[in-house]
Design a binder for this molecule. Structure first.
Ligand SMILES: [Fe+2]
Ligand SMILES: [Fe+2]
Length: 183
């Protein structure tokens, strides 16, 4: 059987890969190297669209409500904690956007926000993969998992729009060459 969490875990891998690129960009900034501000804007846009709008959107709008129906508590439970962390992540994304808004990057503010974001998301993803998803795999029926996977696909199409995923993956490939291989 296919679990709804499999799609979400696959997206976690994409987010973690984006964070590796963000780390490399932060390291360049720390070294005071000449950097291309547009690339920094693009990686933040990837996090805003792929990690938050698409991935957290699926979790909040579809997956978590299904877990609640399956008996996993929201308030004072794992779902409530995950929601708090999504909000915290949005705050750091806003801080990164603000640090890029001027003529020059505000390196100190960007570095702090990016490091906070990366550490929050890594721990968040680890909690979902190892605690919440195994609970969710058991809490809902196989028909519900199937239904969720169909809803995820429709969500991607309607909320993200056709072709956006491919465009974002293309950007990650370009940045992998530029920031992870040729440094
Ligand atoms: Fe999450
Ligand atoms: Fe997640």
């Amino acid at each position: 059987m296919n679990y709804a969490s499999e799609d979400l875990k696959h997206e976690h891998d994409g987010i973690l890969f984006g964070l590796k690129i963000l780390d490399a960009m932060v390291a360049l900034l720390r070294q005071g190297k000449h950097i291309n501000k547009d690339d920094y804007k693009e990686i933040v846009e990837f996090l805003r669209l792929f990690a938050d709008k698409c991935h957290h959107g699926k979790e909040e709008g579809l997956y978590f409500p299904a877990l609640e129906r399956g008996g996993i508590p929201k308030e004072n439970g794992p779902i409530g904690q995950m929601l708090i962390e999504h909000e915290e992540g949005r705050k750091y994304i806003q801080e990164m956007v603000a640090a890029l808004a001027g003529k020059d990057i505000d390196a100190k503010a960007f570095t702090a926000a990016a490091e906070n974001y990366a550490s929050l998301l890594r721990s968040h993803i680890n909690k979902e993969n190892t605690v919440l998803f195994p609970m969710g795999d058991k809490a809902i029926s196989s028909a519900e998992h199937q239904h969720l996977l169909e809803q995820f696909e429709a969500f991607e199409h309607n909320v993200m729009g056709p072709g956006i995923h491919d465009k974002l993956h293309g950007m990650l490939d370009t940045f992998e060459e530029k920031y992870l291989k040729n440094v």
